[in-house]
Design a protein around this ligand. Structure first.
Ligand SMILES: Cc1ncc(C[n+]2csc(CCOP(=O)(O)OP(=O)(O)O)c2C)c(N)n1
Ligand SMILES: [Mg+2]
Length: 412
């Protein structure tokens, strides 16, 4: 259990699978189980960086004109503890997040520019392309982040508590084995004593201009969208407009829902679950039940889920109803396995059959389970319902989504 706790809380924090042998599960406990010292384990896991590696990093960064910080899930504990915020304030450089660290996408106010992944947004792709130095913190530069290792990355330093994540595919100029929080503390202390002379205000301004153009592109896409069926871009824009990504809980399924969600800004300790590495469908609803029940005081969990994934998860609705699990389910219903259809069209220029469903009424299915639900065909209907929503959950919105916008070509 000590080991499980350590795994859950260090490195990339997350759930741990405990595999109990049957004899262990059947045996009555013969002694009282004492609580163990979790703070001690956390201290032992906080591996400190070497001082000369920090000097080398700051020398490279100080010589750069357009540095960025690209954080991954390995930096999540440092974000939650506030250590990362101090580092970002001291450095004053633009911050990108990996898909796996989506909850940090808007964590640092004006310095946050969102999620860079295989798809990314046009803004995050542009910022990486124009940068000349990247500090990768708790970011393994995996296939999802780097478009299967085809992205060009300039001079970079990689900091990770796991040695096997360093130089896995890309070769960093400096690699540092350290806990992200310990790295933040040491760099902040070093900069307090001896600040860098570099002035990156021009670069910051250039990034802010890029963001303004990006907002214009989003507004254009939203205005150009026909009202019915609902454009996925306009749906994300509505969530952002209603601040539904601010400090909130989200569980997001595989496929296009996760990709369109790159447009959200997740601020103020939002919590976001998604199946990054295996991108397994049918993840979001079960996970939402887990986090909603783990701590009911944290409020409602928003679920963003495609109709394909929803079809795979229907049995969960019974559990949700019976245990009155506080979830707000948004089904992005485009009657299709759109991500796959769009990939085939994009890569192979073919339009095969086998991706599309008939029109399934998930609102009626939810009602069959006793869960209040509505079918939404227009965005202003959804906005009106969300604004006057009773504070009672679970609840499901079956949203008719326009399947035409492709994540391969139309991501803003
Ligand atoms: C368990 C599982 N089976 C199959 C896949 C392959 N796959 C990836 S995306 C996708 C389509 C998902 O459709 P839907 O949930 O409706 O989302 P959409 O892309 O249409 O928004 C499929 C079949 C997968 N990722 N996981
Ligand atoms: Mg679909």
């Amino acid at each position: 259990m000590r080991r499980a706790w350590r795994i859950a809380h260090s490195d990339r924090p997350g759930p741990v699978h405990l595999d109990l042998a049957r004899e262990v599960a059947e045996d009555p406990l013969s002694h009282r189980v004492e609580a163990f010292d979790t703070a001690g384990i956390a201290r032992a896991a906080a591996c400190k960086p070497q001082a000369d590696a920090i000097e080398e990093t700051l020398e490279l960064m100080g010589a750069a004109k357009r540095p960025i910080l690209w954080i991954g899930r390995g930096a999540l504990s440092a974000y939650q503890s506030g250590q990362l915020k101090l580092l970002v304030e001291r450095l004053g450089i633009p911050v990108l997040s990996t898909f796996n660290a989506m909850e940090t996408a808007g964590a640092f106010g004006e310095l946050s520019f969102g999620v860079l992944s295989r798809v990314g947004t046009s803004l995050t792709r542009q910022i990486l392309a124009e940068s000349d130095f990247v500090l990768c913190l708790g970011n393994s530069l995996n296939g999802v982040s780097t478009k299967r290792w085809t992205m060009k990355i300039p001079t970079f330093v990689q900091v990770d508590v796991r040695a096997d994540q360093l130089s896995a595919i890309y070769n960093p100029h400096v690699s540092i084995i350290a806990d992200a929080g310990a790295f933040c503390d040491d760099v902040v202390a070093r900069l307090d004593a001896n600040p860098l002379k570099a002035d990156w205000s021009e670069w910051r301004n250039a990034c802010h201009e890029m963001r303004n153009s990006w907002s214009d592109r989003i507004n254009q896409a939203v205005n150009a969208a026909s009202g019915e069926p609902i454009s996925p871009i306009a749906l994300m824009h509505l969530f952002a407009k209603l601040d539904m990504d601010d400090g909130a809980n989200w569980s997001i399924d595989a496929s296009n829902p996760g990709i369109w969600a790159h447009m959200l800004r997740f601020r103020n300790n939002a919590r976001v679950l998604r199946p990054v590495n295996f991108s397994n469908m049918g993840f979001a609803l079960g996970s939402a039940i887990g986090i909603a029940l783990a701590d009911r005081s944290k409020g409602v969990v928003n679920v963003l889920i495609g109709d394909g994934s929803m079809g795979m998860s229907l049995g969960e609705l019974e559990t949700i109803k019976r245990l009155r699990v506080p979830v707000r389910i948004f089904v992005m219903n485009d009657s299709s396995l759109s991500n796959i259809r769009q990939e085939v069209t994009y890569k192979f220029k073919r339009n095969e059959s086998g991706f599309d469903f008939t029109d399934v009424r998930f609102d009626k299915i939810a009602e069959g389970f006793g869960i209040p639900a509505a079918r939404i065909s227009k965005l202003d209907e959804l906005e009106a319902q969300l604004r006057s929503e009773p504070d009672e959950f679970p609840r499901l919105y079956d949203i008719v989504i326009d399947r035409a916008p492709s994540v391969w070509t139309d991501m803003v």
